[in-house]
Design a protein around this ligand. Structure first.
Ligand SMILES: *[C@@H]1O[C@H](CO)[C@@H](O)[C@H](O)[C@H]1NC(C)=O
Ligand SMILES: *[C@@H]1O[C@H](CO)[C@@H](O)[C@H](O)[C@H]1NC(C)=O
Length: 130
């Protein structure tokens, strides 16, 4: 059985200067078999945005927070313990989300966001994701 895991990348969370505020995710989509493990990469170049956050968006558009990366430590939310790995180095603005033992039920849109500890209102931008 095949499934799609679709990612989109998220642009510009906060208005600002001339910096590149784009958050990049790779690849754009993936086709996986049951039981496989997949890695979604995320990077950005936004100074001071020292955390990477991961979300999934279900078919009814509901956004679920999956966990975050701070420094080299990943902190999955309780429902995702042993189901995902969050790795990377958020101080280098790079991270990955690994989905473990995927099944067709894991078909979803997975989102990455850069987070600035002192600017929690970045969350607002998620409302615009279609
Ligand atoms: C996931 O797969 C690995 C290797 O196939 C297996 O060792 C592990 O028990 C599985 N984990 C779960 C939660 O099914
Ligand atoms: C994948 O689907 C299984 C079964 O529904 C679920 O337990 C698990 O949390 C899902 N993993 C993710 C990353 O959503």
């Amino acid at each position: 059985m095949m499934l799609f895991v679709i990612y989109i990348y998220l642009t510009s969370l906060v208005s600002g200067e001339n910096e590149d505020k784009t958050v990049h995710q790779k690849p754009d989509n993936l086709i996986l078999n049951n039981g496989e493990t997949s890695e979604i990469k995320c990077s950005h170049q936004i100074p001071n945005y020292d955390r990477l956050l991961w979300y999934k968006q279900s078919r009814n558009k509901e956004i679920t927070f999956m966990g975050y990366l701070i420094g080299e430590m990943g902190y999955p939310e309780e429902p995702f313990l042993n189901k995902i790995r969050i790795q990377g180095d958020s101080n280098k603005f790079k991270g990955s989300l690994t989905l473990l033992n995927v099944t067709s039920e894991n078909t979803s849109v997975y989102l990455c966001a850069a987070y600035y500890t002192a600017a929690p209102n970045v969350f607002v931008s998620f409302k615009n994701i279609q």
